[in-house]
Design a protein around this ligand. Structure first.
Ligand code: ZN
Ligand code: MN
Length: 504
């Protein structure tokens, strides 16, 4: 691709994310465009842009954008304001969008290896619906989305490949979800991506941010709603630019759209400059000033973020990079895991002196294994979230405790796990109900072993001849007959004992 060529890809991203506030940005209308039963039911004079209607900013939205800025390491403005961005389009009834121009809520910051330019707050537009009514093609406008709070994140042109762009976008979505400020659902359109792309004639190392000189053009691809489309659109543009540059031409500065059916970008319009929008301060909303206690309170409310969790899981819990990554991808899973480890430590150390200096690493690996293995498979099969199931962290802790204490065998543990998952009953009650506990009657166990040994001559002979691997088969047969209600180690010892006795 272009990376290997004599050009360097220069990519920046603009991302719009709808905030999950209860009401819209400048009015009290419900913010639920995706769940609305009918078009235009969540509307009022403000979000319909009727003359004389006055906007009132949503404080929650302001708070959340500041919080996102803090999470990205941005500098938070002490003074900020809203501006009018003037343009005409049928989904924008006022003829302008209330946005932020020269005093965004947050500036600077960094996520991974990509610098953040700015983070600002604005309002979403309505939605055009192209339909056929009575055999006529018409365009309809739905204003349910009009005025929904929208955060815009703009990066510096630090990205050098489509893969790097997707990685950044995934990290950003993860942070937004951790903060709980949006579902950032690309299919629903609550997260939309606009990459701007150009190719520099200078050869830079792929990961170098220090571009000697930015190209004198850039192409923006509008409103992309999936990571895959973002990657394809970027790769398509890089190739297209390279071909033009090779012919000695400069690609046109323009805005293009992604045609997901044909897998190509198509020209939409020449790119507008900031001065085309005639920005000016919004006269109906007073400027904002943020006091330190207000900002301190927001900072204190930021939860532990994915990267911090990832590091802590490796350092404190002693997990591998692989396990730490999987467990920290999603905040719900991470909190479930942490609760299970905590409950396991509590259960295992109750009544003992050692609670104070328990190393979580002694308990975390086995918990991680159950979550990443058995539980993940069941969740995938049922397409369920970890918080939607009956199995609770405390259940897993109790199950592991029963296993540790030799009350159940590992074969039985798997079965109990499934039963708890299905019913939500505690592991011990299931063990009791289904009579799954280790059969401590040594007479029954001994008799079973004798039976197994008497019908499996070959394996017994092999074992006698010193082929120790044969014991595994015999143990398996005994466990099968005992329906898992035996301790494998005990079985192994008894087999060896019987073997010695029978020699004499
Ligand atoms: Zn409204
Ligand atoms: Mn915008």
């Amino acid at each position: 691709m272009a990376n290997k060529s004599k050009y360097t890809p220069i990519i920046g991203l603009e991302i719009h994310i709808e905030l999950g506030t209860v009401s819209k940005m400048f009015c009290g209308c419900k913010n639920d465009p995706f769940g609305a039963e009918k078009p235009n039911i969540y509307t009022c004079p403000v979000c319909l842009g009727l003359p004389g209607a006055l906007p009132v900013p949503n404080k929650k939205a302001v708070t959340w954008v500041i919080m996102l800025g803090m999470a990205l390491g941005s500098k938070i403005a002490t003074d900020s304001k809203f501006d009018r961005k003037n343009y005409f389009y049928p989904d924008l009834p006022k003829g302008y969008q209330i946005s932020q121009y020269d005093e965004p809520l947050a500036q600077g910051g960094q996520l991974g290896d990509v610098r953040i330019s700015r983070v600002h707050l604005e309002e979403d537009t309505g939605k055009l619906v192209h339909a056929t009514v009575k055999a006529k093609k018409v365009s309809l406008v739905d204003f349910n989305r009009s005025g929904v709070a929208l955060v815009e994140i703009v990066t510096e042109p630090d990205i050098r490949s489509s893969e790097q762009a997707v990685l950044f976008l995934k990290r950003l979505r993860q942070i937004v979800r951790y903060l709980g400020i949006s579902d950032a659902d690309m299919e629903k359109g609550s997260m939309r991506i606009e990459p701007n792309i150009s190719l520099s004639r200078y050869v830079n190392s792929v990961h170098s941010r220090n571009v000697q000189k930015l190209p004198n053009y850039k192409v923006e691809v509008k409103n992309i709603n999936s990571f895959k489309f973002a990657k394809n659109a970027i790769d398509y543009e890089l190739k297209r630019h390279e071909i033009l540059l090779e012919k000695g031409k400069t690609p046109k500065q323009e805005t293009r759209g992604w045609d997901e059916k044909k897998n190509i970008t198509v020209s939409q319009r020449s790119k507008e400059e900031a001065h085309d929008y005639r920005y000016f301060p919004e006269p109906d909303i007073p400027p904002m000033r943020f006091a330190k206690p207000y900002l301190d309170k927001i900072r204190a409310e930021i939860p532990e973020l994915p990267q911090q969790k990832f590091m802590r899981y490796m350092q404190t819990y002693g997990l591998s990079e692989y396990d730490s990554e999987i467990l920290s991808v999603n905040r719900e899973v991470a909190l479930w895991f942490e609760a299970a480890v905590e409950a396991y430590i509590q259960t295992a150390t109750t009544g003992t002196e050692q609670k104070e200096n328990v190393a979580p690493s002694a308990y975390s690996k086995v918990v991680a294994n159950w979550i990443i293995g058995d539980l993940a498979n069941m969740l995938k099969k049922d397409k369920a979230g970890i918080n939607e199931i009956r199995l609770l962290p405390a259940h897993l802790a109790e199950l592991l405790y029963l296993l540790d204490k030799g009350k159940i065998s590992s074969t039985v543990a798997k079965r109990v796990f499934i039963e708890v998952y299905k019913t939500g009953k505690t592991p011990s009650s299931i063990v009791k109900e289904l009579d799954l506990g280790i059969n401590e009657d040594s007479f029954v166990l001994k008799k079973t072993i004798e039976e197994v040994m008497s019908v499996n001559h070959k394996a017994v002979e092999k074992l006698r001849a010193g082929k120790t691997a044969a014991i595994g088969f015999l143990i398996g047969q005994v466990m099968l007959k005992m329906k898992g209600r035996a301790d494998a180690k005990t079985v192994s010892k008894l087999i060896e004992k019987l073997l010695v006795n029978s020699k004499q």
